[in-house]
Design a protein around this ligand. Structure first.
Ligand code: CO
Length: 232
């Protein structure tokens, strides 16, 4: 192989390994896919969707972009969502962010990188939407973590506000939308508690999730003997 020989070698070894465990694997998959999940995640190379949840090809439909943003007018994301929900009939849509997201950090800082700034403006909008209630506090790293989570919560809301999800629920299709965050430092997933199987449930869990983030504290609780802060 002339170009990227290591990748082709890896591919042959992988395909052989899969066939050793299941000789009919590719033949079966070539006939149809029937995934139960749609994953909407960040393009970050450290967050490989199938691998971190231990799923094989055929088990999860995947859409990834910088900072796992779901914008109402993004035809690419909407098409993936529509195909997954209306055609493949997945039961779960998972919006998964991750700690240490460079896109979220750029949005938090207002850094200038070029074209991508316009895309990340959606994450800055999330920051600004909650600015009044969630005043910046703590270290930048803590603010970064919080915006990574808040971004997931908002993108879950965006997914559930689409005609795709609303129509699925209106016709009685069983569909749950979840908000998760992944830790690059420990490889573990965390459920942010914004799961919805109806518009009412999303509204309730959205409010709870934002409230939980508003209660985020960067400093340990003051000891009982410490003088209380002056009012105001
Ligand atoms: Co990221």
């Amino acid at each position: 192989m002339k170009h990227l020989p290591r990748l082709f070698e890896n591919n042959r070894a992988w395909a052989a390994e899969v066939l050793r465990n299941d000789p009919a694997f590719f033949t079966r998959l070539s006939r149809q896919q029937a995934p139960s999940y749609l994953w909407i995640g960040c393009s970050d190379s450290r967050v490989p969707a199938n691998q971190i949840v231990g799923l094989m090809p055929g088990e999860m439909f995947v859409h990834r972009n910088v900072a796992n943003v779901f914008v109402h007018s993004d035809l690419n994301a909407l098409s993936a969502l529509h195909f997954a929900v209306a055609v493949l009939r997945v039961s779960h849509v998972i919006v998964c962010g991750h700690y240490g997201c460079g896109g979220v950090l750029a949005a938090l800082r207002g850094d200038r990188h070029g074209l991508v700034d316009n895309w990340l403006r959606h994450v800055s909008d999330v920051r600004d939407k909650h600015r009044a209630r969630l005043a910046p506090r703590g270290t930048e790293a803590e603010e970064h973590d919080r915006l990574c989570k808040l971004n997931v919560v908002e993108q879950v809301l965006n997914v559930t506000n689409t005609t795709v999800v609303r129509d699925a629920w209106a016709r009685g299709q069983s569909l749950a939308v979840h908000g998760w965050i992944y830790g690059i430092e420990d490889g573990l997933l965390e459920d942010l508690g914004i799961t919805g199987t109806s518009e009412a449930e999303v509204a309730a869990t959205y409010a709870q999730a934002v409230e939980a983030l508003a209660g985020f504290s960067s400093t340990p609780s003051a000891p009982a003997s410490a003088p209380s802060r002056p009012p105001g």
